[in-house]
Write a protein that binds this ligand. Structure first.
Ligand SMILES: O=C(O)C(=O)C[C@H](O)[C@H](O)COP(=O)(O)O
Length: 207
């Protein structure tokens, strides 16, 4: 599966932080039932890699990817967990070398025209635009589209249900990343049906 197909599977990629391993499968199931097929699990917590494995077993038709892939350790942990794709908030030479020798789809991050140009020169046509709101939001993406229309983005960082449509309307945006459907109180209460409702709202956004 290509990164393009994964990103086009739904308008929103939920960026998930798993603190409690018991939440992994019911949370992923709720997001998936709501229509969000590609899930980014950030490698920021000790249980994240194990959560990826459990989610993949429970939801073989979902695309379970890793986020916060920032170095060799997190790259190799992603492969070991069987991640369907990997996402980085940025990029560095170590990750470029690893990605060049790996079939798992990789979505590196960029926030400036020079970073976009460097990654485009390495053959990347799809990038995470991070941190989207802080790095100039939709105005920045519109400006980048002028000279670099061949590169498409998954903007992530500070995006909400209310602001997502402004991004999804842009010609160089394929989907957005977000955490707004992962309400901490709902997760603490294990209110999976409410999470599913928030996921469905995200899924129903127009592209
Ligand atoms: O972990 C990573 O690799 C990241 O790039 C960071 C996440 O994309 C943001 O944490 C999104 O969070 P919001 O700003 O709430 O949408």
């Amino acid at each position: 599966m290509s990164i393009e197909n994964i990103l086009r599977s739904a308008p929103v990629v939920p960026v998930v932080v798993i603190d409690n391993l018991d939440d992994a499968v019911p949370l992923a199931q709720a997001l998936y039932n709501g229509g969000l097929r590609a899930l980014e699990i950030t490698l920021r917590t000790p249980v994240a890699a194990q959560a990826v494995k459990l989610m993949k077993q429970a939801l073989p038709d979902a695309y379970v990817g890793t986020g916060t892939v920032i170095n060799r350790e997190t790259f190799e942990a992603s492969i070991e967990a069987g991640a369907d794709f990997m996402v980085s908030p940025g990029v560095n030479d170590e990750l470029l070398a690893l990605a060049a020798n790996c079939d798992t789809p990789f979505l590196p991050g960029a926030a400036t025209p020079s970073e976009v140009m460097k990654l485009a020169a390495h053959g990347f046509k799809f990038l995470k635009f991070f941190p989207a709101e802080a790095a100039g939001g939709t105005a920045m993406l519109k400006s980048i589209h002028g000279p670099l229309p061949q590169v498409k983005f998954c903007p992530t960082g500070g995006i909400s249900l209310a602001t997502a449509p402004n991004y999804l309307a842009l010609p160089n945006v394929v989907c957005v990343g977000g955490t707004w459907m992962l309400d901490k109180t709902l997760i603490a209460n294990k209110d999976w049906s409410a999470i599913e409702t928030l996921a469905r709202q995200a899924y129903e956004l127009n592209r």
